[in-house]
Ligand binder design. Structure first.
Ligand SMILES: Cc1cc2nc3c(=O)[nH]c(=O)nc-3n(C[C@H](O)[C@H](O)[C@H](O)COP(=O)(O)O)c2cc1C
Length: 286
């Protein structure tokens, strides 16, 4: 192997931190200087689909959305080509659960001809919240990431055969996770979009940050494309002018915080089928 490549979609940066952290550590351990990063968060970066091949290790990371790979990325990811490359799917989730996202990402890579020799699920701050998964991935997560890099580097040094690793998840994938109202009825928040307060200084940072290219440059209050509620515009706004006021969205966010706020989900990684690593400490309540 002579090149380490990353690809990541990361509206609020937690997937980016995880994927780039793994690539950096691996490049040191394997003494590979040729490292290429491809951030496909913005629409302009999803026009041309990259190709990978023999000699490449591709680390591909996405955030978990509704327990799955973000569906808006599927047309792009289905065009991926990587015959002969080795691959590592990485999902980052907001401390609820990654459900079937990791196996779905693995399948997309395998369909592209990439042999997925490892995979992992890490935790990042939840897009909807400032408290759920706060400061994750933190130092202890990054220590686990280092352990993963060490064990992956050992595996790569040991050489062939490189086999597809078994990852946790269910096939066929379970349906997308659906939010509920306070009576337990499912609600549809797909059309919900952020509002813009009078604090807005029209700096256009939100326009530049939106992974769906949905915010009108000439009127930043207007969302003319689908909003995936990644909160890039909300969290990157320098004057906190963007906010959600939809009652179902707010209830869902509060419910997630109440249900998962006191849990500490540990990252997991998998290097060889049968000898999977999950940290010794169980999920614990703070
Ligand atoms: C619409 C939507 C749905 C999400 N669904 C889940 C989920 O099912 N489980 C979970 O734990 N986190 C979920 N998250 C949280 C993200 O996976 C998490 O915040 C991740 O760190 C975001 O990555 P980024 O910082 O790279 O953008 C969801 C986020 C969004 C925007």
């Amino acid at each position: 192997m002579n090149r380490i490549c990353t690809m990541f979609f990361s509206p609020t940066g937690h997937t980016r931190k995880t994927v780039m952290g793994l690539a950096k550590k691996l490049s040191v351990l394997l003494k590979i200087d040729d490292v290429e990063h491809r951030d496909f968060t913005l629409p302009a970066e999803r026009v041309r689909v990259p190709k990978y091949g023999e000699g490449d290790l591709l680390i591909l990371g996405v955030p978990v959305i509704a327990g799955r790979v973000p569906n808006v990325l599927l047309p792009f990811l289905r065009e991926l080509q990587g015959s002969g490359a080795l691959g590592v799917p990485v999902v980052v989730y907001g401390n609820r659960n990654f459900d079937d996202a990791l196996v779905e990402l693995q399948d997309l890579m395998e369909d592209a001809g990439i042999t997925t020799i490892s995979g992992g699920a890490f935790v990042g701050e939840h897009s909807f919240s400032y408290s759920l998964g706060k400061n994750r991935p933190d130092e202890s997560d990054m220590d686990i990431l280092d352990k993963w890099a060490e064990s992956l580097a050992d595996r790569i040094r040991n050489g062939e055969p490189f086999l597809t690793v078994e990852l946790p998840g269910v096939r066929p994938y379970r349906p997308y996770y659906v939010p509920r109202d306070r009576d337990g009825n499912s609600v549809d928040i797909r059309k919900v979009k952020p509002k813009t307060s009078d604090a807005c200084i029209n700096c256009k940072l939100c326009v530049k940050a939106c992974p769906m290219g949905a915010i009108d440059y000439h009127n930043v209050r207007n969302y003319h494309n689908i909003c995936i509620k990644c909160n890039a515009c909300v969290k990157k706004c320098p004057v906190d002018a963007k906010y959600f006021d939809d009652a179902d969205y707010i209830y869902h966010k509060e419910e997630l915080e109440a249900m998962y706020g006191d849990l500490h989900r540990s990252p997991v990684f998998f290097v060889e089928s049968g000898t999977n690593f999950s940290p010794q400490q169980p999920e614990y309540t703070k």
